[in-house]
Design a protein around this ligand. Structure first.
Ligand code: FES
Length: 277
């Protein structure tokens, strides 16, 4: 874990209300693992904001927006403007410096014998799964279900978002208004893809996790039974590294801190009735 003042390489609104920011952070780019996060000091706000590491790379700035002219290893965050802190962050420009700490938390793990990975993203929950995809792509078959409210909020529709080759990724879009892919939610079509999956990874709103848990517990037969499923939780945080207990949740293994013990947990381990994030 390192704290550093880092240059912003680029910052662009890549989907309505959603920004992709590349930050020159060599140490974090080298040490960060999929599912881990960084915290960013946003202006004068006392609480730092947590963001999943969305990608790492060296040259992955958006064309024409690299103000620093350097090629330092970088990390990207993908964030939605939801309040004053993220609004402040969205207004930062290439060349400015921001105070970040990371990498933090425990990320996703890929079991050794897993070949087929099923990734399930609800909205901006896609952010950490792209880094997972980036790391796993060379040795795994990946299916990504991305649920969004409408077509313009789909990752695949934003051409500048990623340099990841999608040729080996089966991308399944789902939109609530039916403007792209199947109409509905990611969890509606999830059962159709479970048979092939060796491991499931999910990131999205709590409602999505609760729906997955109910689906799994209702199922009497294996067809609908969720296999081992790792989920990434997004919660409000104080310190971000286990000191304030502001992110404690109830699990079947006792109280856990999302920032230190997570943010990735087994879906089955969390007592979802107690969770209100
Ligand atoms: Fe302080 Fe998790 S945010 S303990």
């Amino acid at each position: 874990m390192k704290q550093a003042l880092c240059h912003i390489s680029s910052n662009a609104e890549v989907m309505p209300g959603i920004h992709l920011m590349w930050i020159e952070a060599p140490d974090i780019a080298a040490a960060g693992r999929p599912g881990q996060f960084i915290t960013v000091r946003c202006g004068d706000f006392p609480l730092r904001r947590p963001f999943s590491i969305h990608q790492v790379g060296k040259d992955n700035v958006i064309a024409g927006s690299d103000a620093t002219g350097t090629k330092q290893p970088q990390v990207a965050i993908l964030f939605k403007v939801t309040g004053k802190g993220t609004l402040w962050l969205s207004q930062r420009e290439a060349g400015e410096r921001i105070d970040i700490i990371g990498p933090l938390g425990r990320g996703f793990t890929i079991p050794p014998r897993s070949k087929n990975l099923l990734l399930v993203a609800g909205g901006i929950g896609l952010a950490p799964l792209v880094f997972l995809m980036q790391q796993a792509l060379s040795q795994h078959q990946i299916t990504l279900i991305h649920g969004a409210s409408t077509a313009v909020q789909l990752y695949s529709n934003s051409s500048q978002l990623s340099t990841i080759s999608y040729q080996r990724v089966q991308f399944i879009p789902v939109t609530e208004d039916g403007s792209a892919g199947q109409k509905g939610r990611a969890t509606d079509i999830l059962p159709d893809f479970l048979d092939r999956a060796d491991q499931v990874y999910a990131c999205g709103p709590v409602g999505m996790y609760k729906a997955m848990t109910e689906m799994s517990s209702r199922a009497k037969r294996s067809k609908l039974k969720l296999k081992k499923c790792q989920v990434s939780l997004e919660v409000r945080m104080g310190c971000g590294f286990g000191a304030c207990y502001g992110c404690t949740i109830d699990t079947k293994k006792g109280l856990r801190q999302v920032c230190r013990d997570g943010p990735v947990f087994e879906l089955d381990d969390i007592i979802w009735q107690e969770v209100s994030l």
